[in-house]
Design a protein around this ligand. Structure first.
Ligand code: GTP
Ligand code: MG
Length: 425
């Protein structure tokens, strides 16, 4: 029997011969598809060489990427060229400008401490340490909370090594089974960030809770982004004023972060706006992969920058638009689920960290009774978030918030306003 012929060897191909089809990546011998896909074998020489050229360019680009990646470490592969480490550059530039030398030294000590902990894990020699550091695993937390397959891929370490590194990191961080008493002890440490509105705080049991993921969902202009801006300011307040004396990490997927609004809100509270801005670390996520990686990198920033609040505005916008033609709904849900679990893991480990995400609502035209609006992302997001707040418009500046399935809060509603000075009663 004649052997299947590859495209490259088309000059000796005769119709009726079996051929290797590059489109289906298998052999066709006869039948309908044989005839339909003949075009791939019969491609004129010129076009084919153009196709090859394009493919070659792609390969070269991929190779360049891989080289750069192995040189620079994993943070670099999601920044387009020229924009490399924009987030990190921004941070370090701001640091240089505004932060005192002492603070810089503190940060450096923190980073050094985290690295030292990784270095001291049992079984970590020089080579392993170098690989981990290069791949961005610079703290016990980042090892304990990244799925093993990802650590393997990024660092190039073997399965067994990675498993024992994760186990050791988890032991040192005291993660694993606990008694309910320990859970209660931990919950006693939960603190809250004020929203600026007494009514909304009351509804939430005192404000946005640390150690939990809060989801704000509602239609456009219902105040999701405004509340998130306000929280970035309020988290920096002293504890007696409803803050956590910490910084915020703001992941913006929609391009709606406005520093001028932060300034307005800070000034309304008599705070030095420059200081407030400096303690908000901003990352613009241009696509869903970028968004996922920013959250993975967050594990390293939390300690280093004393982050007490992580904002993702909005959680699934990118996934929704990207996954239309890019695989099945199940695939999209699985990726959102993983992303959400990355966030929930952060809440689990840092008892004094609050995570707040926003979610667009989509109209469900097939619902004729009840509220036709439903949070996008379906059940995956509903099950992952710990506190869900539904926002809707009231009269003028007024907005109405309603708690939807929080494990420990009674259902109820609160009315608040979006004013020039920010979120108020
Ligand atoms: P989407 O992102 O479109 O889904 O909406 P959102 O829920 O994030 O809405 P957002 O938080 O951006 O709220 C927008 C509303 O806030 C506007 O309708 C304004 O009424 C109000 N708002 C925004 N900035 C100001 C301001 O400076 N002063 C006052 N008084 N209101 C403002
Ligand atoms: Mg918004």
């Amino acid at each position: 029997m004649a052997k299947a012929i590859e495209v490259e060897k088309q000059e000796i191909f005769k119709k009726g011969d079996p051929y290797y089809c590059p489109e289906c990546q298998r052999e066709h011998k006869k039948g309908k598809i044989y005839n339909q896909h003949l075009k791939y074998v019969m491609t004129p020489e010129k076009e084919k060489s153009e196709e090859n050229l394009i493919e070659k360019d792609d390969n070269e680009e991929l190779e360049k990427d891989m080289q750069a990646e192995s040189k620079e470490g994993y943070m670099d592969d999601f920044y387009p060229e020229g924009e490399e480490n924009e987030l990190l550059d921004e941070i370090s530039e701001e640091e240089m400008l505004a932060e005192g030398e002492d603070e810089n030294e503190d940060n450096a000590n923190q980073i050094e401490e985290c690295l030292e902990a990784v270095k001291n894990l049992p079984g970590v020699g020089d080579a392993t340490f170098r690989k981990l550091k290069k791949a961005g695993f610079k703290s016990l937390e980042s090892l304990a909370f990244t799925p093993p397959t990802i650590i393997q891929q990024e660092s190039g370490l073997g399965e067994k090594t990675v498993a024992s590194l994760i186990k050791a990191s988890m032991e040192q961080l005291n993660i694993g089974f606990k008694s309910a008493e320990e859970v209660w002890e931990q919950r006693k440490n939960i603190t809250r960030i004020t929203t600026g509105s007494q009514e909304l705080d009351n509804l939430l049991g005192g404000g946005i809770e640390t150690g939990s993921l809060t989801e704000l969902f509602g239609e456009f202009r219902t105040g999701k982004t405004q509340i998130m801006h306000q929280l970035c300011v309020n988290v920096q307040l002293p504890r007696e004023k409803g803050g956590l004396e910490g910084g915020a990490l703001y992941i913006d997927t929609e391009g709606t972060f406005r520093p001028e609004r932060i300034i307005q809100m800070a000034e309304a509270l008599d705070l030095d706006h420059q200081k407030i801005l400096k303690n908000i670390i901003f990352g613009r996520a241009y696509n869903s992969d970028h968004q996922i990686l920013l959250i993975k990198e967050a594990a390293n920033l939390i300690r280093e920058k004393n982050i007490k609040l992580i904002i993702v505005d909005s959680l699934i916008g990118h996934f929704r638009s990207e996954y239309i033609g890019r695989g099945t709904l199940a695939n999209r849900q699985q990726i959102i689920n993983q992303h959400l679990h990355d966030l929930l893991r952060l809440c689990d480990i840092y008892v004094d960290l609050a995570v707040v995400v926003s979610n667009q609502v989509q109209a469900k035209p097939d619902v004729f009774y009840g509220n036709p609006l439903q949070a996008a992302g379906g059940n995956v997001v509903a099950h992952g978030s710990t506190i869900r707040v539904y926002l809707r418009k009231g009269k003028g500046e007024q907005r109405i918030a309603k708690i939807v399935d929080a494990p420990h809060l009674p259902e109820g509603e609160a009315i608040f306003s979006i004013t020039e000075e920010g979120i108020k009663d």
